[in-house]
Design a binder for this molecule. Sequence first.
Ligand code: 13P
Length: 252
Amino acid sequence: MRRNIVAGNWKSNKSFNDADELITDIAEGLREFDTIDVDVIVCPPFPYLELIGDAAEDVEFFVGAQNVSKFEDGAYTGEVSARMLSSMNIDYCIVGHSERRKYFYETNQDVAEKVNRLLAENIAPIVCVGELLEDREAEKHFEVIRSQVEEGLFHLNENDIQRVIIAYEPVWAIGTGKTATKEQAQEIHAFIRNLLAEKYSDDIAQEISILYGGSCNAKNARDLFAQTDVDGGLIGGAALKSEDFIEIAKSF
Ligand code: 13P
């Protein structure tokens, strides 16, 4: 059965010392509640993965990266390969975040290649999809999301697709304080699950966690997560405040 998940995407934030302080506070907060109903994932910048991994040794949470190279190990200066992540026991990795699509020109094809690299190393990809404001205004949001899901994921077989987590992050809601309504989120999540059911099967579609991201916070998380097809959140800004992040993890 699919899991409830709350993942914190720290993006390109925090000094080493601030990261240390934040993870200490998060670990403290997690120690005080029973995480049996939710998988908590923390995705720091690459240089802090080991620090976060150490904190995860005595508290129940998982460590994720925010990106991975589409290439294997080799002469690719500045890249971090899936094999490196797996050698550090990284469990999850975000792929195709809208900021990567926008600033680093990542395509659906790149997403597909990165997903393959991660699965080959036994790391669960958290694949982001989501429309721009202009797509929604032009009523093209379903079309955009369909092609992101199809081109990024539909090359996978029935087993591998079930190892993937999908995050719906409407670009107009990211970092803007403008959250999708629970109805808007549910509509797209159900649409994505239906695409999965049509391509694979209803049973398989039911196994896949679909997270919401975009100005999700301690106040709106409960309403969003109560939607049938919303299995948790991918959290940006609110993941940088330990109390808010813990509160969101308790919102099921
Ligand atoms: P915010 O929660 O800051 O809107 O960011 C969402 C996001 O992009 C998570 O990946």
